[in-house]
Design a protein around this ligand. Structure first.
Ligand SMILES: Cc1ncc(COP(=O)(O)O)c(C=O)c1O
Length: 362
């Protein structure tokens, strides 16, 4: 199966470790001699229970999640969290500040504004979302219940280089960089993200939430929307996304065997540095549109100085099996997403191609 795999730079869903794909394929028809696959059995069965709890335990261990946080396995993507979060946390009299650092921060604020008093605490719009804020630029109101940050803007290709304390409790959308960086839990009440980038297939959303926040959730919300119901039921209040949870458990084990989050963090830093070096040393053939110190380690956005060459770049790249390098439709250009499971050979193949293309067309 592994022989004809391409170099897949997709922003999500994206490459998973080939060993995990192979393991899933071999275990799928007859899960642990049950005579059925895991995706055909009850989520109340003992066999599934083990898979479910192992995935939660791996998340706790790998991300060093303190005991006073619950780990919820939900559905609806990070997009549902844009609404669920203010519905659960934002009460009358309080407000929520949003750092609008790009497309995703903007969407999060837009949904929160429909729910309660949500305001823009900083915006990168006047810099075309090419930079993250300096902490001193973020304006947090006194009545703020939480400050929402997007630690890595997947489309714009920028990341917060480090986390910082603010006067408000923080909440982070870490869809495209959790499991590639350590999280200072003392600064956060909630961290969430879709699984389909760094830790598994689509269909699963992981929410880490401080228990004291869970306890304060109003009972007036519909059941699925209440974090407290999911926490009380260990994410088994309704049918969970069993396949995604199973596959994610396997990817998490792969992460553990490959150096854990610390290893992934170093790997993302060193591999992204190689590509940014290639961009910076290309005598202007390639250019990065984002602020140097905020460059993403997972979604590397760049342009060709001659933008009319970009479609040829993509076509030629595909001839070398370098797939999904097209930038997001809203911004254009090139984007290489190099999440945890992308093999280093794929990064090397991209570097070789970039050098050859610049030599031939430069
Ligand atoms: C940072 C970020 N937030 C939110 C989303 C939306 O996630 P989902 O598609 O899981 O709803 C994405 C999707 O790419 C993302 O990158």
């Amino acid at each position: 199966m592994s022989t004809n795999r391409v170099h897949n730079f997709c922003a999500g869903p994206c490459t998973l470790p080939v060993t995990v794909i192979e393991e899933l394929a071999s275990e799928l028809p007859d899960f642990e001699n049950s005579g059925m696959s895991l995706i055909e059995m009850s989520h109340r069965a003992g066999a599934y229970d083990k898979v479910h709890n192992e995935t939660i335990e791996l998340l706790r261990r790998l991300c060093k999640v303190p005991e006073d946080f619950s780990i919820l396995l939900l559905q609806g993507g990070a997009t549902l969290q844009f609404a669920m979060l203010p519905m659960n946390l934002l009460q009358p009299g309080g407000s929520a500040g949003y750092v609008v650092s790009g497309t995703w921060g903007k969407k999060a604020l837009s949904d929160a504004s429909l729910v309660g008093d949500a305001y823009e605490a900083w915006s990168g719009a006047d810099q075309n979302f090419s930079a993250m804020p300096d902490p001193s630029q973020i304006e947090v109101r006194d009545d703020t219940t939480y400050l929402h940050v997007t630690s890595n803007e997947t489309i714009g290709g920028i990341r917060l280089p480090s986390f910082f304390p603010t006067t408000a409790r923080q909440v982070a959308d870490m869809s495209s960089d959790y499991l590639t960086r350590e999280i200072p839990w003392d600064q956060f009440d909630v961290v969430y993200g879709g699984a389909q980038k760094n830790l598994g297939p689509a269909g699963l959303t992981v929410v880490f939430i401080r228990n004291s926040v869970v306890e304060a959730i109003p009972k007036t919300l519909p059941a699925y929307l209440r974090y407290s119901d999911h926490a009380a039921a260990n994410s088994l209040a309704n049918t969970p996304p069993v396949f995604s949870i199973w596959a994610t458990g396997k990817v998490l084990r792969w992460i553990e065997d490959n150096g854990g989050v610390e290893g992934m963090q170093q790997r993302a830093a060193s591999r992204s540095a190689l590509i940014y070096d290639a961009i910076d040393s290309s005598d202007g053939f390639y250019r990065s549109p984002v602020n140097k110190e905020h460059r993403s380690h997972t979604n590397l956005v760049f342009r060709l100085a001659a933008e009319d060459l970009e479609s040829e770049f993509l076509t030629e790249a595909e001839k070398r099996n370098l797939m999904n390098l097209k930038g997001h439709r809203s911004v254009g250009g090139i984007r290489a997403s190099i999440y945890n499971a992308l093999p280093t050979e794929s990064v090397e193949a991209l570097l070789d191609f970039m050098a050859d293309f610049a030599k031939n067309r430069g």
